[in-house]
Design a protein around this ligand. Sequence first.
Ligand code: PMP
Length: 369
Amino acid sequence: LQQRPYNFSAGPAALPAEVLETAAAEMLDWHGSGMSVMEMSHRGKEFISIYEQAESDLRELLAVPKDFHILFMQGGGLAENAIVPLNLSRGGKVDFVVTGAWSQKSAGEAKRYADVHIAASNEASGFTALPEPSNWQLRRDAAYVHLCSNETIHGVEFHEIPDLKALGSDAPLVIDFSSQQLSRPLDWSRVGLAFGGAQKNIGPAGLTLVFVRNNLLGHALQACPSAFNYQTVAQAQSMFNTPPTYGIYMAGLVFQWLKRFSYRGRNALAAIEQRNIDKAELLYSTLDGSGMFINRVAHNARSRMNVPFFLRDERLNDAFLADARERRLLQLKGHKSVGGMRASIYNAMPLEGVQALVDLMRDFEARHG
Ligand code: PMP
């Protein structure tokens, strides 16, 4: 296969070429079944085997404890902004930590179902820092606390999941980890529910993953659609309705790829985490060493996955993007709400891709600086 361009899309995002090749080879006839995975009943033995393998690989990779269900749902992150309060709020109080566009959106949607309180916000910083947990105004009787562990647009990441117990709260923590999941291990002891769309680190859009602790099920509001009732979905092993079967299959191929992945003497998730650290360090150190490019996020909050950056002279934006395309570096334009550039460097991005971007930045600076 010819070397593909490096794709910095924030999502739907690049997938490992090997995974796409396997999917292509299996497209017309999956494992001698005579069917494409898209053509199989979700209740047939072929698809059940794909589903069970994917579930157990994901559980193993992320070390998901036994008392957590893994739900394969539809609707994406934005639907979860409603589905979570429908299932967990009991119509009562919920607290939000606002660290960027996505947690802000989540809080706005939850207002339709619950009494929402903003326990902390870093909006005053232009979403370039994390609010210090010891200053969060948590309510004792909140049904849950919501945060976004990686803000895809603002490039702000929690490198440690806060310990709500240590902050005096017994509420379960809900995290939107759409753009963080599977990029690093997660401390499940601090989390009650984690959700994310698949279209960054896992597979195609249309599949949404929800990890929910057993004891949080069974409190959905009467108005909650059955197909979005976590307990109903959990009891049916994600087959209450037709799950996104092809997305689950693709995710399963990505999990297999990750299980085989090794890097600098590490394997699987530890290996991908190390490569993600190395990629982020290369990119941020280049930005910090440059007089032309800048990233404004506080060092302890810089995302390993999404790196927004700006040219000090914004008139050069188009020239930079044109040069990037010429070097086959794709989808580097920043989100329209913040402008500039954004490099999303998810699991499938090799170190060489970030090196190619850094080389471009250095050359560009030499030519225009
Ligand atoms: N949360 C985060 C952190 C996201 O990055 C996104 C999508 N970029 C969403 C929520 C919304 O997800 P979806 O488009 O799947 O509804």
